[in-house]
Design a protein around this ligand. Structure first.
Ligand code: FMN
Length: 407
């Protein structure tokens, strides 16, 4: 059977339906999934995304019945993960004239992953357009939706948004249009959002802002249903689910000798402030026990910091850490930080205390597992006074924890 479905004049779905129970991101997709690739049959024939690496051969065989791959002018890669870009090596070996259209980071990753250093890339930036002869594509960078290099593609004439993972659902179906579904697709649509997009919800809000000026009549994502009715409803659902919720609070408690850790604390607070988190900064050496206790109990996230002096914490921070064991703090986030000179033992000792506090300790491992972000190292360790990259690091930590809080 030819995998070809017209979605608009000279625009076709040419993907693959995977109706197995598919292992995916430490889950099993019970309903399977689809890998939606789209072919725009214009003067400069263009493909938008491919399919999973496992189905590269069958994908190229299918596509070859629709167009001679040598005639492909462009292959747009919205997102490099192998369930979308995976068939690129199989295709590109036959599509010798095709240029690969993607973000700068996407190009770098594709070159390394698939050894494509000799291929021609068209590097796009936010808002760039590409005339493919009869249709115009416009691109928007949408980092972290779902990985850092990601972008979305909009076809101006067809009014179709091709957002790759965004607005997807994991369902194996040949009835690809949402209005043909035999069941309500909202549960699968929402579960997909929660699993893949929600950890990056601030970026979802950024994306919605970027596409807000577009006239979108259809959303053609890369998994599951193509949304051709109630498009507004699905965009609104993303907005509702990603909006910041609640009044969250944080406390930054620390000890310092000469003020470097104070600077770190203030920079973390800048990041929290940017995310609308109410915070208190408390030098525990100057505060009374009641104030400290009250701040701990009312906060949703606690930052505990100290500089290192002769391989140990300074001031009264250790007294505070000992006290944590006597409190019920189970729902709170905890983050260790500090300024140091050469080894920063105090920060690790704080981390050890936090691990026994009953709180959810946010470290690099947890961040990678829950958000995929690798650019932040936690516990936060700053050499002497924060400068340059160190400043950015502190502010970013505040922002990322702020994002976790407004889940
Ligand atoms: C007496 C003294 C002992 C120190 N011992 C250590 C140490 O054992 N390990 C380390 O990494 N840094 C050590 N440092 C460096 C401090 O941790 C570093 O200067 C830090 O930026 C001080 O931050 P603060 O101003 O918040 O106290 C020491 C500094 C002093 C003055």
């Amino acid at each position: 059977m030819l995998n070809k479905l017209e979605i608009a004049p000279n625009a076709y779905w040419v993907g693959y339906v995977d109706d197995r129970k598919v292992p995916f991101h430490r889950l099993i997709l019970e309903k399977g999934t689809t890998y939606n690739s789209y072919f725009l049959d214009t003067e400069k024939p263009t493909l938008i995304d491919t399919v999973d690496i496992e189905f590269g051969k069958v994908f190229v065989e299918n596509l070859s019945q629709i167009i001679d791959p040598m005639k492909l002018a462009y292959i747009v890669i919205n997102h490099v993960e192998p369930d979308h870009a995976g068939a690129l090596p199989a295709l590109i070996s036959k599509a010798k004239n095709a240029k690969i259209v993607t973000t700068a980071l996407g190009a770098e990753e594709l070159k390394n992953m698939f050894r494509l250093h000799n291929r021609e890339f068209v590097i796009i930036k936010d808002g760039d357009t590409l005339d493919i002869g009869g249709k115009t594509l416009q691109f928007f960078e949408t980092p972290y939706l779902h990985t850092e290099e990601t972008m979305v593609t909009y076809c101006v004439e067809d009014k179709i948004l091709y957002p790759c993972d965004q607005f997807s659902s994991h369902v194996a179906t040949y009835e690809l249009f949402n209005d043909l579904a035999k069941e309500d697709i909202s549960p699968d649509f929402n579960v997909y959002y929660q699993l893949i997009m929600h950890p990056h919800r601030p970026y979802v809000q950024d994306m919605l802002q970027k596409i807000s000026g577009l006239d979108i009549q259809m959303i053609a994502p890369s998994h599951g249903y193509i949304l051709r009715t109630e498009v507004e409803k699905y965009i609104k659902a993303y907005d509702e689910m990603s909006k910041p919720k609640g009044d969250k609070k944080a406390a930054i408690l620390f000890s310092t000798m000469t003020g470097n850790t104070t600077k770190v604390a203030k920079l973390i607070a800048e990041g929290l402030e940017e995310k609308g988190i109410e915070f208190r900064i408390i030098n525990v050496d100057n505060a009374d026990q009641e104030t400290i206790k009250e701040a701990i109990l009312e906060s949703d996230a606690l930052f505990l910091g100290s500089s290192t002096r002769y391989a140990d914490m300074v001031g009264k921070l250790e007294d505070v850490l000992k006290e944590l064991r006597n409190m019920d703090l189970s729902e709170k986030l905890a983050i260790a930080f500090g300024s140091y000179g050469w080894s920063g033992e105090a920060i690790q000792v704080i981390q050890d205390y936090l691990m026994t506090s009953g709180m959810k300790v946010v470290d690099s491992s947890l961040l990678i597992k829950s958000t995929g972000m690798t650019h932040i190292q936690l516990p936060l360790r700053i050499k002497f006074a924060p400068a340059d990259e160190g400043v950015d690091q502190c502010v970013e930590v505040g922002k990322v924890i702020g994002d976790l809080l407004i889940a």
